[in-house]
Design a protein around this ligand. Sequence first.
Ligand SMILES: Cc1cc2nc3c(=O)[nH]c(=O)nc-3n(C[C@H](O)[C@H](O)[C@H](O)COP(=O)(O)O)c2cc1C
Length: 439
Amino acid sequence: MKRQLHLNLFIQSRGHHEASWRHPSASPFALSDIGYYRDLAQRAEAGLFDSIFLADTLALMDTVGHAASNWLEPVTALGALAMTTSRIGLIATASTTYAEPFNLARQFGSLDHISNGRVGWNIVTSWLAAAARNYGGAGLVSHDERYERGEEFVQVAKALWDSWADDAVLDDRASGRYAKPDRIRPIDHDGKFYRVAGPINMPRSPQGRPVFVQAGSSDTGRRFAARHAEAVFTAQMEKKTAQAFYADLKSLAATEGRAPEQILILPGLSPLIASTEAEAQRMARELNDLTDPEVGRKRLSGRFGGHDFSHLPLDKPLAPEDFPDPATVQAARSRTEVIVGLVSREKPTLRQLLAYLAGARGHFTTAGTPEQIADLIEDWFGDGAADGFNLMPPLLPSMLDVFVDEVVPLLQKRDLFRTAYQGSTLRDHFGLPRPPCRF
Ligand SMILES: Cc1cc2nc3c(=O)[nH]c(=O)nc-3n(C[C@H](O)[C@H](O)[C@H](O)COP(=O)(O)O)c2cc1C
């Protein structure tokens, strides 16, 4: 069998296009209805996807007047989805800056038990300035400190998940012995940010711990990913940058003593798919006509930590000097690198830039036939740019359905994608080992 692709469905609003929520063909479900997420997770499971993913920001966006979002807290939502799916992996974002490791370790440990080993944790440091105001009001923690704290957070969470041996539970009614206390150990962590005695108060979960996913692509973010991530989401606007990112991260992982195939790189892909390329392009234009540039302008400002872009005219070509230097950005640094890179290369007007970002916020967008999308996937996969994709349908559920019905069979015919689930855990789907019990 050839090397196999991995596919994750990133569920966001009624699709990743900024205007998807108001498109006449978008899902009729309310975005606070768990039925919406259940429906999509089941469709993705029917398409044999490895996983679904729910992102999270810890503040209400200031675009809410004219833009929709996912409203359910993702860890809670995954608990419900675990009960309404049976095979697909379930990945949720949780923050290392605004949570306590003991709480998070319990939540993800519980989810791994509830889902029988299908859970993944998207480890984020939370870049949104507004989030800081909801957690003590001390202001946004700097990019460096967020990653330093994240490093210690992951170390503590791992130690907690490892604090029970696999054979700690006896549950022996006859002898009256429930567990072996010598197979459960405190962690006694005393660090710069956290003091945690442990052990965790639950048995080791089916996967040992959740699959570690990471999505920061700055230099610091890459080094963090190289040490910890088992799957990486990344926004890449073209194949060339995706290849450079792929090569860099695999070699950083090797430097950390890890097997490069145990860190899967999944760039975002947002395809509009139709039976002809012209029809796909027409749909792209139709969606773009529904966008509001002022929503885009606010989102752009948020990525740059609140920088004011209100004075920029919509129809004048942009220059890199119109933006803060990404190296000084404390918010979504790597995404600002992507944006300033695009401005340097293509000199779009602000209106054109916002229209591009409306597609999928700086991820790769394309419009074409199922054949063309399958060709693109095969090309990136075979040419050192991806181990699979973080599928970000511009419109839900229609663009997921057409992907499952038309693109997946082509990938299967080319022997690039599974025709049935082989294992039962997310680690099985991703081809990752279960971390061994440490004592
Ligand atoms: C596909 C994808 C999903 C992400 N999801 C979240 C999220 O749910 N919450 C969040 O705060 N950041 C999210 N991020 C942002 C990253 O975790 C990271 O904070 C951001 O890229 C800035 O870090 P960096 O400068 O190291 O890239 C996501 C990024 C990508 C590419």
